[in-house]
Design a protein around this ligand. Sequence first.
Ligand SMILES: Cc1cc2nc3c(=O)[nH]c(=O)nc-3n(C[C@H](O)[C@H](O)[C@H](O)COP(=O)(O)OP(=O)(O)OC[C@H]3O[C@@H](n4cnc5c(N)ncnc54)[C@H](O)[C@@H]3O)c2cc1C
Length: 459
Amino acid sequence: MTISADFWRQLSAKLQPEQLLRDPANCLSYSYDNGRHQAQPSGVVLAETVEQVQHTLRCCHDYQVPVTARGRGTGTPGGATPVPGGLILSLERLTNIRDFNPANRSLRIEAGVLNQTVQDLAATKNLFWPPDPSSAAYCTIGGNIATNGGGPRAVKYGTTRDNVLAIRAVTGTGALIETGFTTAKASCGFDLGRLLIGSEGTLAIIVEATLKLSPLQPSIATLQVWFDSENQAAHLVAELLQSPVIPCAVEFMDSACLDLLRRHRSLAIPTHANALLMIEIDGLTETLPEAVALINALCRQGGSLSIDSALTTAARASLWLIRKTLSPTLRLAAAYKINEDVVVPINQLPALLKYLKNLATRYAFTMVNFGHLGSGNLHVNVLLNHLDATIQLRVNQYLAELFQGVLALGGCLSGEHGIGIDKQPYVAQAICAQTLTLMKAVKAQFDPRHILNPGKFFP
Ligand SMILES: Cc1cc2nc3c(=O)[nH]c(=O)nc-3n(C[C@H](O)[C@H](O)[C@H](O)COP(=O)(O)OP(=O)(O)OC[C@H]3O[C@@H](n4cnc5c(N)ncnc54)[C@H](O)[C@@H]3O)c2cc1C
């Protein structure tokens, strides 16, 4: 696409020269994210103020230039990949902390602040923000909001959608809107904030958010629970979530993960183990032993092979080592990884695992599954040493079957990563035509010229 010289003149009028990258070499690192897609943008705006975000979007609106918001590009389904020749609007320099209010358990910050910065600041007052992606040290709050990010703690504390009080955002016409209230409860009009959460930069650019913080519990216990069958582990999750003690993490690794680790690392994995649940319980120091005993008993009744538990930070870290080692090991094991993050209702987890085994056998793929089982959210990975056009065709057939199976179980295409480019072809199967028509009409109100992240989400 060709962008007129007038557009660049107008755009640069309110930016410092170093805030607008035009040199293709400088733009290159903004041409891809953590997904598999790449497209060269013709410019990158490094906005430093809300007014500059508004100005950029007004220019894009006037000249109908496609614009893709970018936090730190850690997203996986290609959501922050630009339209070829379009503009990238980076929020990475919007990093002001506006108001930290421990009494209200709220934190107002700009969109480019990193998740880890929020956690570190909140911890100074014994608070935390529940969404805790493994990428916390690198991803922005704007990105977390745009994808409705989660992580292990979602099982007890919810995802981003449950932990944001208010949002300031700029629509596709450059208008600044404010949604939500910073009170503990509110009943006043449409909840547009919840609409923006998970909208992947297609409705508005988030510039500021007021986050709802939670109190840090004084003590945490970690349980490493081994099973000889994945089915037992999957069945146990529903039992755990009905108990009076809701764990703050229930993470899972299947037999293929354990085999991979046995082959590549020397870790203490019981010989007969075919599945692992890492369970965390947080609470008061005085009551934690009772809570741990209850979860222990449920695990034993559920058929666990053995249970290791830890209370101190060092001992807990040593139990988590196995989970932390998995991702680097996947990289050692195969040149290509096709990674999806499907989610199903908790009672359908055993059926999902069975369905995945069947798919792996039929396609003769090496498949490793792990993830946030307590939220019904599984990271399904196909490992390949070679990827050519013929294999890609088989991968596409496999993906179609994967998503079809997940939807048939009452699940959703993504639990936390979003739709981006990758899952766009399957959206029409997940959302009915009437609902999609309404969503498009909503989008037209926010972004009448369809400049915001075109080519993402909508089929
Ligand atoms: C090692 C690793 C581990 C991960 N673990 C997890 C995990 O446990 N849980 C999880 O949920 N995710 C995880 N992710 C995925 C990713 O980190 C999250 O999706 C994160 O929220 C993206 O943040 P970001 O700043 O990198 O956004 P980007 O990748 O830059 O953007 C993601 C999407 O949000 C849009 N966007 C970004 N900022 C804004 C904004 N200010 N306004 C409007 N739209 C915007 C983009 O256009 C794009 O569509 C992981 C990624 C990696 C690499």
